[in-house]
Design a protein around this ligand. Structure first.
Ligand code: SAM
Ligand code: CA
Length: 252
């Protein structure tokens, strides 16, 4: 949909009228109604029951804003099938919505190395993942991802072995993750970096008012997006799904 000034004005009015409600933070679309339409027409009717259950449990979590949105979950699930992913990694699990979307997409012998500094949130989703019959694909490691990646790099046998890697964790480390992940992903494999549009302020003037944490991470996201665009080892595609996901395909 083309976004013109009229649409923006309409959406502003709508935003004021609706208070931007619960869907506002989940999409960069200029109208909540349009986003709701996508969810109701094409996402919720096809959302697997375990994903719905996990989404509903996560909605009660005080930090539910961190969860992957249902439309992005559907996108990841299809993307993984399209690239025939088998060996995958996820950095930043939270309660496991994107992890479950991944696990459901992989073949029976597919694998996900899943890392998060917080096991408690993962424990909320784990019973649903088990009930869905896909827990055997997941190797969850509690703790910061960086030392694990460093060990894998030193070890040497993991180079060029990953079909797909999803990064949805500490944005100030994305550039450091990328330095390692570009070696670990296969040539022809994909890395997806989440939140690369940082809810919109990446395009705001530097003096625009924004919350402290938004402005702090924004600087890292801006630098990271520039670095990806200049990296000759990958092809990139930035998609306005969820909060923005940049897909990187390793080419050498
Ligand atoms: N992908 C998740 C989903 O679908 O709901 C959302 C992940 S949430 C946005 C970010 C997660 O990154 C949090 O659970 C946080 O504990 C984790 N995290 C933060 N720093 C990390 C680090 N250094 N290593 C691993 N995980 C980290
Ligand atoms: Ca995210």
């Amino acid at each position: 949909m083309a976004i013109n000034e009229e649409t923006k004005i309409d959406s502003n009015n709508e935003e004021q009228a609706s208070g931007h409600q619960e869907v506002g933070h989940k999409s960069l679309l200029q109208s909540d109604a349009l986003y709701q339409y996508i969810l109701e027409t094409s996402v919720y009717p096809r959302e697997p029951t375990p994903m719905k259950e996990l989404r509903e449990i996560t909605a009660k979590h005080p930090m539910n804003v961190m969860a992957t949105s249902a439309d992005e979950g559907q996108f990841l699930n299809m993307l993984l099938k399209l690239v025939n992913a088998k060996n995958t990694m996820e950095i930043g699990v939270f309660t496991g919505y994107s992890l479950l979307a991944t696990a459901l997409a992989l073949p029976e012998d597919g694998k996900i190395l899943a890392m998060d500094i917080n096991r408690d949130d993962y424990e909320l989703g784990r019973p649903i993942i088990e009930k869905a019959g896909v827990a055997h694909k997941i190797d969850f490691k509690e703790g910061p991802a960086m030392p694990v990646l460093d060990e894998m790099i030193v070890d040497g046998k993991y180079h060029g072995t990953y079909d797909f890697i999803f990064v949805d964790a500490d944005k100030d480390n994305y550039i450091n993750y990328h330095k390692r992940l570009v070696d670990l992903v296969k040539v022809g494999g994909l890395i997806g970096y989440d939140n690369t549009l940082w809810n919109g302020p990446v395009a705001a003037p530097p003096d625009a008012p924004m919350a402290k944490y938004v402005s702090y991470y924004r600087d890292f996201v801006l630098e990271f997006n520039k670095a990806l665009a200049a990296d000759p080892r990958i092809e990139i595609c930035m998609l306005p799904v969820g909060d923005g996901i940049t897909l990187c395909r390793r080419i050498n």
